[in-house]
Each structure stands twice: as structure tokens, then as C-alpha cells.
Ligand binder design. Structure first.
Ligand SMILES: [Zn+2]
Length: 374
């Protein structure tokens, strides 16, 4: 059976173009995803590549346009299925969310829990959530790997968000052990996939923040923890206007992952032109340091800088220019600066930069107690 998605059918040695219907518009017509299927020799893995779930993040689209060439297809073992615009309305309006779903669109993938009984007083899932549920079924049916492309902040470092692997611990001792071993195998595969890509690596937040923030329903987290598909989220620096160096380094990194997956021949390409931060220990995202006073910030660090506990991060002034609060915001942790959060006129409680701190938490761990009951 040839691989198909929507009206697009894989053809050996060809790039095939088409669409996948999402839902109807009340004003007539339908919303569609653009689909590209690149198939080389059909005997080989199926790799999914997606971009544009956040409408103000545009680098991934360019990466896919540069990656998917006739030359790639000539040398490809297997199939690449690609959706370059996961959230068409948000992309058209250059906003993080589209108007047909209020809330982060990258928190709508299945969570693996049993379905809840319908409550007539609660709004049903949005059309976008229903579309992503259908998409997830398609991915689950065909994907051996999945990479979802994003952007973070202006000037931020190109990096991988790597999910922790959760396993069920509500069976017998033998079942729990088998579940842990399977999770460890997937985790080891994610390590190798990150290494093949060759950019900086960040582990997702601690499990409390991960579930509270509904990050377990992001694209890559659902792939890893619901469908057990090796999957990564790539963050490609500045969002609105792609950084050409990061775009090229991402294309090279994805080709390296395709080589690692046995889908392209040849040696890995060097990753050049971007900062790759490797402090020598694993790091995770942490919402720190935060402002204790409303103020105007002058950053004293740059994306990619390594910092130690106590190092200055930003000068804090009032709007008249006088020092306020602790005058200098300092790092609470050892780690590195992923990027500077947008803006310098800030309320108390917000982060002034994205910070990666030493990660001493396990990357393989059981789902929280009662997860599958709620
Ligand atoms: Zn994003």
C-alpha cells in the first residue's frame, strides 16, 4: 500500500504535493494543510517533519523548502512526510495562536488518558484540537521518527527540546519492569538522535512543571509518551525573520539525522555558523531568574553565555533610570543563557532570559501517580 496523507500519495523517486482537509469554514470552503511527500526508495523508514504550529515562528517553513529537493529524493531510502503549515490561520495573521483555538496550539495532542464522558455544559474540543487528533492518528500509523520545527526568542540559540520518557508503573512488577526497559530504550534513541542533529540540547522541565503547563500535550511529548515515536522539538532562534545561519545549520542537522536513521548515505555534515553550547553536563529549562520588582531591564548576558551561580544577568532601573530592587539581577544557578525574553519594560515575576540549568533529574521516570485515572 503506498503511503498517502489527505490527497497526497507517495511516488517512488518523486516529491508529491497536495493537501489534507482540516475542517469546514462557516463562510464556505475548507481549511487545509499543505502536504509534501518525498519518497526515494520506498524500502526504508518514514520520517515526519512539521512546522508552523505557532504562527509567529517561520524558520521551519524555510528549512523544509531548502531540505526537500530532487537531489535529496534521489538519494533517499524511505519516505519523508511533511506539513510546513500546521496552523494556517495563525501563520496568515503572524500570531502565536489561530483564531479558531484560544490557547497554545501546541498543547492539543493526545495525552494517552482514557476519554472523559461528555459534559454538555463544557465546550467540546475545538476544530483545531480535533484536527490534531486526526493528524496524530496518521502520524502514529506511519511515523518511525518525527521532528517539529519552532522558534524561540530574537537572537536565541538554536536548540533541541528533548522530552523525558515516562512509563506506566501501575501494573505487575514484571509489567513495570518491561515498561521501564522499553522507556530506557527510547530514551537512548533520543540521545543518539540529538547527537546526530548536533545543536545545543535542553531537557524539558521537571515533571511537575511539565504536566502543570500541559507540555505533555505538545507534538514531540505526545509522540514520545503516547505513541512511543522518537521525536524532538527544534527551536530555531529568531521567529519572524529566519536567521540564515540557523536555517542552514538546521537543514544540515536534519540531513545528519536522516543519515543516522539510515535514510541517507555518507558522512555527517559539520554544523557550522551557529553557537553550539555544551557545558559538559545535561541541562534543563528552568523559569529563572525572575524579577522581584517592576522595572526596565538592561541585559548583561548574551544568548549562549555560560553563567555561574551569582553571576550578573541584568541591571534593573525604574523608568527614570534610577537603580531599583536588588539593582542587579543575579543567576540562582549554574547553566547557560538560551536567549533573552522579548522586551525590557517588565512587570515583577517575569523571566528576563531563557535559562538552562544543570539537570540532575532522571530522563526516564514513571507517569505521576493516578495519571491514567483522572
Ligand atoms: Zn513554537
Amino acid at each position: 500500500m503506498p503511503i498517502t496523507l489527505g490527497n497526497t500519495k507517495a511516488v517512488p523517486g518523486r516529491l508529491s504535493y497536495g493537501t489534507f482537509e482540516l475542517f469546514g469554514h462557516p463562510t464556505g470552503g475548507t481549511e487545509q494543510w499543505p502536504v509534501i511527500i518525498a519518497q526515494g526508495n520506498p524500502r526504508g523508514p518514514t520520517f515526519w517533519l512539521t512546522a508552523g504550529i505557532h504562527g509567529n515562528e517561520h524558520s521551519g517553513i524555510q528549512v523544509l523548502h531548502l531540505l526537500l529537493t530532487r537531489e535529496l529524493v534521489r538519494n533517499l531510502h524511505g519516505t519523508i512526510i511533511c506539513i510546513p503549515a500546521l496552523n494556517p490561520a495563525a501563520l496568515r495573521t503572524m500570531t502565536r495562536e489561530g483564531y479558531y483555538h484560544h490557547g497554545d496550539p501546541n498543547r492539543l495532542f493526545p495525552d494517552g488518558r482514557p476519554p472523559k464522558p461528555v459534559n454538555p455544559d463544557v465546550d467540546p474540543p475545538s476544530v483545531l484540537e480535533l484536527a490534531y487528533t486526526r493528524l496524530f492518528d496518521e502520524i502514529r500509523a506511519t511515523a518511525d521518527y518525527w521532528i517539529d520545527l519552532h522558534n524561540t526568542w530574537t537572537g536565541s540559540v538554536s536548540m533541541i527540546y528533548r522530552d523525558r520518557v515516562y512509563y506506566r508503573e501501575d501494573g505487575t512488577a514484571a509489567e513495570n519492569k518491561a515498561a521501564r526497559l522499553e522507556a530506557e530504550k527510547l530514551d537512548a534513541m533520543l540521545t543518539r538522535m540529538c547527537r546526530a542533529y548536533g545543536h545545543s540540547v535542553i531537557h524539558e522541565m521537571s515533571w511537575e512543571a511539565f504536566f502543570d503547563e500541559r507540555l505533555h500535550r505538545s507534538s514531540s511529548a505526545a509522540a514520545v509518551n503516547v505513541a512511543r515515536i522518537p521525536s524532538l522539538t527544534m527551536e530555531l532562534g529568531t521567529g519572524h525573520v529566519p536567521d540564515p545561519a540557523i536555517v542552514h545549520a538546521c537543514v544540515a542537522g536534519i540531513r545528519n539525522v536522516l543519515r543516522w536513521a539510515g535514510m541517507l548515505d555518507g558522512e555527517a555534515e559539520p554544523i557550522t555558523g551557529i553557537k553550539v553550547v555544551d557545558p559538559g553536563y545535561p541541562c534543563r529549562r528552568r523559569g529563572t531568574p525572575r524579577l522581584s520588582v517592576p522595572c526596565v531591564v538592561r541585559h548583561l548576558v548574551e544568548p549562549g553565555d555560560r553563567v555561574n551561580k551569582g553571576d550578573p544577568i541584568a541591571e534593573l532601573r525604574d523608568i527614570w533610570g534610577r537603580p531599583v530592587g536588588e539593582k542587579v539581577l543575579r543567576s540562582e544557578y549554574e547553566g547557560w543563557i538560551m536567549g533573552l525574553t522579548h522586551g525590557i519594560v517588565r512587570y515583577a515575576g517575569v523571566e528576563v532570559c531563557g535559562m538552562a540549568v544543570r539537570d540532575d533529574l532522571p530522563t526516564v521516570l514513571p507517569f505521576p501517580k493516578g495519571y491514567f485515572k483522572s
